[in-house]
Structure formats: C-alpha cells, structure tokens
Design a protein around this ligand. Structure first.
Ligand code: ZN
Length: 49
C-alpha cells in the first residue's frame, strides 16, 4: 500500500517511469512530458440534473 493514487502509468508507452515536473509529468522511458490538468469538481448524483 505504498503506491500513490496518482498518475503512475505513461499514457503513451505505459511505463511507470514517471517523474513529476512543475507543469506535469515526464516519462523517462519515451521521453515525453505531459500535464494532468485538474478541471474542477464534479457534482454528486450525476445521473440526474
Ligand atoms: Zn512513456
């Protein structure tokens, strides 16, 4: 239970060699950097509006 519930798989190559950056994450396997944007909260009970 030591893993964080954060992004830990690269969406491009699927490796777990992710390192945090100021603006997101970088993958040391495929050398891609990407950001995970927080878009805001979602309302509860999303099935009914
Ligand atoms: Zn990658």
């Amino acid at each position: 239970m030591s893993e964080r519930a954060a992004t830990n798989h690269c969406p491009y190559c699927g490796e777990t060699t992710l390192w945090p950056r100021e603006d997101g994450w970088e993958c040391r396997s495929c050398l891609r950097a990407f950001s995970v944007t927080y878009l805001g909260m979602i309302p509860r009970g999303g099935e009914q509006r």
